[in-house]
Design a protein around this ligand. Structure first.
Ligand code: FUB
Length: 322
């Protein structure tokens, strides 16, 4: 696969979280809609109300839309805005993790359970204790331990917390201070709670110093993803207001991770967001852009492209659509 492929044209779908279950690719995107809410830095225009699941048997084959699998009206603690979700499978059950504002407009992360990868999913009564912010990414390590990475700045509210605790007045650190880190927590055996208080993920430069808050070209903003290649842990993420997908590598799920470079240059649209899978011995990045909607940043379309590693484990930079 040399050229990127848009996956569906009947709906706007963003933030695709791809996984392989039962030899098929399943995709869990955000479902973008025309909300009519003016665009702002808080992301109010991303007023999504449900999730669909998609599947494909081969990377260039037909994409099946399994329809609506969870709606905001069925989530007991819901306020508004279903943003980027992700999934994990354990003992034949599928756990869909989703960020949603509660009735006080605070983002929390909820869980919904299904019997099949294509859903439907039944939400729990309350969000996960200790969860906050957005963009959950689920990673199963080789020892079968599940971890959740999460966090996102600005509309994602990560700046309202320090060391996992809410602060009185949310703000980003000064430019020369360490950037606000994403979070990680091991999941409990039943997959419904954190097994530990979430921890910071440190992203370091080549000198071993934390990337600073003013380093907008490299610091973490949102859209965590974790994958493993040749026994190395690859933490990838969006730089938000500089619109890049970057990656950093480490030797364990908690890091620290050393910044390695850009995976994808900016796409059309403000946000950039991705997932990475290996399927039939090839590696793919799923992502989105706003080309089909004519550049409307809140109406995004999901795509896939193959990528490769260099002999030193670095990833060849892909070009976005800008
Ligand atoms: O889709 C809403 C938000 O936009 C996601 O949660 C962010 O990662 C960004 O893609």
């Amino acid at each position: 696969m040399k050229e990127p492929r848009y996956l569906v044209d009947h709906a706007y779908m963003a933030d695709p979280s791809a996984h392989v279950f039962n030899d098929k690719i399943y995709i869990y995107p955000s479902h973008d809609v025309e909300s009519g809410i003016p665009e702002n830095d808080n992301g109010d225009h991303f007023d999504m109300r449900d999730y669909h699941v998609f599947s494909m048997d081969s990377i260039d084959g037909e994409v099946t839309d399994h329809g609506e699998v969870l709606h905001v009206k069925d989530i007991p603690w819901a306020g508004r805005q279903l943003w980027d979700c992700d999934i994990a499978c354990k003992d034949g059950k599928y756990y869909l993790y989703f960020p949603l504002k509660d009735q006080t407009d605070i983002f929390r992360i909820g869980v919904a359970i299904g019997d099949k990868p294509e859903g439907p999913f039944k939400p729990l009564e309350a969000p996960m204790k200790g969860s906050f912010s957005i963009d959950p990414c689920l990673f199963k390590d080789d020892d079968n331990t599940h971890y959740m990475y999460f966090g996102g700045l600005w509309g994602g509210q990560l700046q309202r917390y320090r060391d996992g605790k809410a602060i009185e007045c949310g703000a980003e650190p000064e430019d020369q201070e360490p950037a606000l880190p994403p979070r990680i927590a091991k999941l409990s055996d039943n997959m419904l709670e954190f097994a530990e208080v979430s921890k910071s993920i440190m992203i370091l430069d080549d000198d071993g110093k934390p990337l600073t808050a003013g380093d907008h070209d490299r610091r973490f903003f949102e859209a965590s993803w974790m994958h493993k290649y040749n026994n190395t842990y690859y933490f990838s993420y969006s730089t938000g207001n500089t619109h890049k997908l970057c990656y950093a590598t480490g030797d364990n799920p908690y890091g620290p991770f050393t910044y390695r470079g850009v995976i994808l240059t900016p796409v059309v649209g403000w946000t950039t967001h991705h997932s990475i899978i290996e399927f039939k011995n090839k590696w793919y990045i799923f992502y989105h852009d706003s080309v089909p909607s004519g550049g409307k940043t809140w109406l995004r379309s999901m795509k896939v492209i193959e990528f490769s590693y260099n002999s030193d484990g670095s990833i060849t930079t892909l070009q976005g659509t800008k």
